[in-house]
Ligand binder design. Structure first.
Ligand code: LMR
Length: 334
């Protein structure tokens, strides 16, 4: 072979090698809510920080609004490696066989974001995340959404108002028993299907945070919204463990820092996002907003207390007790 041809071949190989080396690591981050929500904005913030700080060596592709996958499929896709990052709500880990996360669904277990953070940002949160590793999943952070309201085409003021209503829930056994305790008929349904189910009368109502209600336009197909604050919706940001462990150590460290900062950002804006969404719902005039009197709220709590005892063994008695201790929650007080 002529010398010049060898040089050309060598240069070609080198160029191909360089091109390969410069291929960015792609993180597909799939989620089911709108961009204009605490989770949607948190995901965008992580993308921005990760891409800036790795100087383009990492590309984060965010797919909001169930564009890629619906609730159940996205968990399968993560395990198969079709996507690398998700932030499912804590109510959706049951199908993975990790029912402990449903402890967050217990009615009235957290009085405030501050109470909740004692759990998610402390040792209990860490030990919950550890449980995912056996499933090939690594938990990176807890992200807040907020406290739930109830919506329906009927005014929901007292527990008996729920009797016989078909209420959409996420795939959580705790939420199932919560709706049954109120006399409603729970229907598990993917988030992306809720609006249409409400519009066509497949369900009568649902529970969600104001930011989810507003961005999915649920308030346009629900006549009443009750400010019940009866439960919490938040997320675990999770990655495919094999993918994450396979990243170069320097990149992983940068991404961990980006996740820390994106988490702070997401948790800092969550309450305000929900307050603003509620205001926007109010202004739209499409839904009547119902505030509960202290006496009505006491009735809700009384009706829902049994959900804690009924689900004690499902979520784990020790876990439940440790959360009660951490937050100072007294089940006898409900
Ligand atoms: C729901 O399914 O209602 C919510 O969990 C959606 C979400 O991710 O906030």
């Amino acid at each position: 072979m002529k010398h010049s041809r060898i040089v050309v071949m060598f240069i070609g190989l080198l160029a191909a090698g360089l091109a390969f080396a410069q291929q960015p690591f792609v993180i597909k981050f799939s989620h089911v809510v709108a961009v204009d929500t605490p989770k949607g904005k948190g995901a965008e913030q992580f993308k921005k920080l990760a891409e800036e700080r790795t100087k383009g060596r990492v590309k984060v592709e965010v797919y909001p609004n169930s564009q890629l996958y619906k609730d159940k499929e996205e968990l399968e896709a993560l395990q198969l490696g079709a996507v690398q990052m998700l932030a499912p709500s804590l109510a959706k880990f049951g199908p993975l066989g990790v029912r402990e996360f449903e402890v967050f669904d217990l009615p009235y277990i957290f009085d405030s974001y501050a109470d909740l953070h004692k759990v998610t940002q402390g040792t209990i949160g860490q030990s919950l995340m550890k449980k995912l590793e056996a499933k090939g999943i690594l938990g990176l952070a807890f992200w807040d959404n907020g406290f739930k309201v109830m919506t329906a085409n009927k005014a929901l003021r007292r527990p008996e108002d729920f009797r016989g209503l078909k209420m959409r829930i996420q795939s959580s056994k705790v939420l199932d028993s919560q709706m049954r305790a109120l006399g409603a008929m729970p229907q598990v349904m993917a988030f992306s299907e809720v609006y249409q189910a409400m519009q066509t009368g497949v369900v009568d109502g649902s529970e969600n945070t104001p930011s989810n209600v507003y961005t999915q336009k649920m308030h346009e197909v629900q006549k009443y919204l009750t400010l019940s604050d009866h439960g919490y919706i938040g997320y675990a940001v999770i990655v495919n463990k094999k993918f994450w462990d396979g990243l170069p150590a320097d990149i992983r460290t940068i991404l961990e820092g980006a996740m820390r900062d994106a988490t702070k950002y997401a948790n800092d804006i969550a309450k305000q996002e929900n307050d603003e969404a509620l205001e926007a719902i109010r202004k739209s005039g499409k839904t009547q907003i119902i505030a509960l009197t202290p006496q009505e709220k006491a009735e809700w709590k009384k009706a829902l207390m049994k959900v804690h005892t009924e689900n004690e063994s499902k979520v784990g008695k020790d876990l439940l007790q440790s959360i009660y201790r951490e937050t100072g929650f007294d089940p006898g007080r409900l």
